[in-house]
Design a protein around this ligand. Structure first.
Ligand code: CO
Ligand code: CO
Length: 375
């Protein structure tokens, strides 16, 4: 759970106001999700009862929420007007109406996040703001969250550390005969034991043998065998901030080509980490990794982008894609995760979490990247 200071929240409101004004928006609405936490410090789950934050520059934000959660909006260290509604759905519209009146939003363009806004919330909003045009502003809002402050960076550093410790504690369970599911279960337990919040960013990927050739495999009952490559992709959550790490292991003696693709992937990972820094575009980072893999003849087996932004979401801006012309700036956090996947045989991925600093890059992750053989 986050404990974001009022000072930080007000700074974020200021940035949001500037962004909305620049985009010609009268205001913004948020429903439960990372942005709502980011701007209020409050956590809500998406449920059948709508929760909506209405924000207009220069006004105290208004929050529509069910009465049973009203306590969350009390005793805040910044100004916010709460409009709780009772259980009877026929009374919910009235709470929306009061909230809209409180922030003075009756016309103009209203920013929404298309990926999180549901028809449930939008329906109530449209009823009480018939003149307002709802427009997706996903990218502008993502841009605000893309620059991490010192508190956010500290949480992410810790999330990486906790995940790494959890993997180390899981190592004894990784052996011939253990199933992917057993390893994933053990890793999940170790993540929680080592301090991750219960809402881990995603359930660990444990993919062995031919399954490791599928970048988004789900753990199965397949048991580890001599000669397998094993990909483990996992993360922890600290104060709502995520880590997302991948390491690849050899189970006993593996084919020469498997060692080779690991070597090439590691070279690509290293090259991308070395070039990334302020002023370098996301596209250039992707191409740096991709060139190494292509030059070594495995281009067609590197089937995804080199990385993605990381923070309160497992995937967010900036995306490390070859066509992304966005230059990296201090405070951005993302993954570097090249991979090579030989269909039907096995795959390799090496994923690190990094922060752009004034003089280059800091890697939150420092577990050995070499191919570790498990006997
Ligand atoms: Co990952
Ligand atoms: Co990732």
């Amino acid at each position: 759970m986050s404990s974001i200071s009022a000072e930080t929240l007000l700074k974020r409101h200021q940035k949001l106001s500037e962004t909305l004004k620049a985009g010609g928006f009268a205001g913004a609405v948020f429903n439960p999700g990372p942005s709502l936490v980011y701007f209020t410090g409050m956590h809500f789950h998406l449920s059948e009862r709508p929760v909506v934050l209405l924000f207009a520059p220069g006004q105290a934000p208004a929050l529509v929420l069910p009465e049973l959660e009203a306590l969350k909006a009390q005793g805040l260290e910044y100004e916010l007007n709460a409009f709780p509604y009772p259980e009877d759905p026929s009374l919910w519209g009235a709470a929306f109406e009061k909230a809209v009146a409180a922030v003075g939003l009756s016309s103009g363009r209203m920013a929404i996040e298309a990926r999180s806004m549901r028809y449930l919330e939008l329906g109530f909003l449209q009823d009480v703001m018939p003149e307002v045009k709802f427009v997706t502003a996903e990218e502008s809002i993502a841009k605000i969250r893309m620059y991490k402050d010192a508190e956010e960076v500290a949480a992410m550093r810790k999330a990486a550390q906790v995940a790494q410790e959890a993997l180390q504690a899981t190592m004894p369970a990784i052996k011939v005969g253990a199933s992917e599911r057993e390893i994933a279960n053990e890793l999940t337990i170790q993540l929680l034991k080592h301090g991750s919040e219960p809402e881990i960013p995603f359930s660990p990927i444990v993919a062995s043998g031919p399954n490791s050739a599928n970048p988004h495999a789900f753990p199965t009952d397949r048991k580890l065998q001599e000669g397998d490559l094993l990909i483990i992709d996992w993360g922890a959550s600290i104060e709502g901030y995520f880590s997302d790490i991948t390491r690849t292991f050899a189970i006993g003696e593996v084919e020469e080509e498997y060692k080779r693709i690991h070597e090439v992937t590691l070279m690509a990972n290293t090259a991308a980490r070395e070039i990334a820094g302020p002023g370098i575009t996301c596209g250039a980072v992707d191409r740096e990794a991709r060139d190494v893999i292509e030059d070594n003849g495995y281009g067609e087996y590197f089937t995804h982008r080199t990385g993605h932004g990381l923070g309160m979401e497992g995937h967010e801006d900036p995306y490390i894609r070859s066509d992304n012309t966005l230059p990296l700036e201090t405070g951005m956090t993302f993954t570097i995760e090249p991979g090579i996947y030989l269909p039907g045989r096995g795959g390799v991925r090496i994923e690190d979490d990094v922060l752009v600093t004034e003089d280059g890059l800091e890697s939150f992750t420092d577990l050995p990247r070499e191919l570790i053989t498990i006997n």
